[in-house]
Design a protein around this ligand. Structure first.
Ligand code: HEM
Length: 368
């Protein structure tokens, strides 16, 4: 493909020709739906509860306030960030597996953000909603270049669901040793981390990334959420003791949030060159600068309770497709996520007998 010639740092306006349908995309969607359902079915059979097919365990359930920053550079003042505004948000911290494991099995972390009351044109299936979700994990790149290749890893992961949790724990300890050895020579391995080799550090110290792009008004962007308040910054890479603490990550969030508030910056990175910042291959890290567009602040609060788990884990779903049209997700991984997330949420709503709906405010937020 020929790419238009422009000043190297100028953002590239979106064009539909940049999105390329992957071969067999419809089949990949159907198989991913089935794979995720298989994981949730297995867990449901054992526990009587239907969780998310992945990211089943929550470690923090927070409410906060997002404020769009003043004086955002014009190219970044797009969509939701084009006008001054403040919105309530829900934040759900999770780890990747579909079964709720002992935290000693240390896996990558997720952060799902739901911004409530966002005005603007919606996609046809979201008419009437007012939420903008931003769904992230704690690394800049996705583990597979295409949805079809991700399906292969997802099937492998599904095959390990509920297979002797104690074995997973021992396996995880061995992998953490291997990960440390790899890091000592300057590398890191996404595969080892996703299988339980993630370092045992405080989840609130993490920086989170969308990894895959969204429309950003006229442009295309990846987003990240970065701790900025000093107490939160101090948690970066801070070890947590998870020995005999199956829910130690949650405990660490509760301890922190009961004493401190927290602030994050939401940053956007615009695509300036399709050759080096592809839309269709999220294993490639984009290189353009990150620019702050909003701040999220959370006052001291409970951090996680069973009541909040009912409200957020059970009563809500997060998806990049809960969005305004100006931030529509882009690329094959994102397209595939549309139906797969919706099916996963429908499955758990049916099995758990619990309605899942997009909130219009946080009036029902009760910590106990
Ligand atoms: C083809 C690729 C992907 C598939 C098939 C997939 C599938 C899923 C499914 C089925 C759920 C559960 C939805 C629900 O029941 O509400 C989920 C949740 C989640 N996914 Fe993905 N995912 C993909 C890519 C990604 C990427 C690229 C990220 C982030 C960079 C991500 C981060 C998350 C997070 C954080 C959650 C938990 C959301 C919550 O807290 O409710 N996923 N994913």
């Amino acid at each position: 493909m020929d790419f238009p010639t422009r000043h190297p740092n100028q953002p590239l306006p979106y064009d539909p020709s940049y999105e390329i349908e992957e071969e067999d995309e419809a089949k990949t969607i159907a198989e991913l739906q089935e794979t995720m359902r298989g994981i949730a079915e297995t867990v449901h059979k054992d526990s009587g509860h239907a969780p998310r097919g992945v990211h089943a365990k929550s470690h923090g359930l927070l409410r906060g306030q997002l404020r769009v920053l003043d004086r955002i550079p014009p190219d970044y003042a797009q969509g939701l960030f084009a006008t001054a505004g403040e919105y309530p948000v829900v934040m759900r911290l999770s780890t990747t597996p579909g079964d709720r494991l002992d935290d000693k099995v240390s896996t990558p972390r997720g952060m799902a953000l739901k911004i409530i009351g966002v005005p603007g044109e919606r996609l046809p299936d979201g008419v009437g909603d007012s939420t903008q979700d931003i769904v992230m994990v704690n690394g800049p790149v996705f583990l597979a270049p295409t949805a079809k290749q991700f399906l292969g890893s997802a099937k492998l992961l599904a095959a390990t669901t509920d297979k002797v949790p104690a074995l997973k724990k021992a396996f995880s300890a061995a992998l953490q040793g291997a990960e440390k050895a790899i890091e000592a020579v300057g590398g890191e391995s996404a595969t080892l981390k996703s299988l339980g080799g993630h370092p045992e550090t405080h989840i609130l110290g993490e920086t989170f990334f969308t990894q895959v792009p969204v429309l950003f008004g006229r442009y295309m962007a990846k987003l990240s959420l970065v701790p900025v308040s000093p107490e939160l910054v101090a948690l970066k890479d801070k070890p947590v003791d998870l020995e005999h603490k199956p829910n130690g990550l949650r405990g660490a969030v509760v301890d922190f949030m009961s004493e401190h508030g927290a602030e994050w910056e939401l940053r956007a990175q615009l695509c300036t060159d399709l050759a080096t910042m592809p839309i269709e291959d999220p294993t490639v890290e984009w290189t353009s600068p990150w620019v702050a567009v909003a701040r999220i602040s959370a006052a001291p609060q409970a951090g996680w309770t069973h009541g909040l788990s009912q409200l957020v884990d059970e009563g809500m779903s997060f998806s990049p497709w809960h969005c305004v049209a100006a931030h529509r997700p882009l690329g094959s991984i994102m397209r595939v996520r549309r139906a797969v997330y919706a099916a996963s949420a429908r499955f758990r709503a049916e099995r758990n007998g619990m309605a899942i709906a997009e909130p219009v405010n946080l009036d029902h937020w009760r910590e106990h």
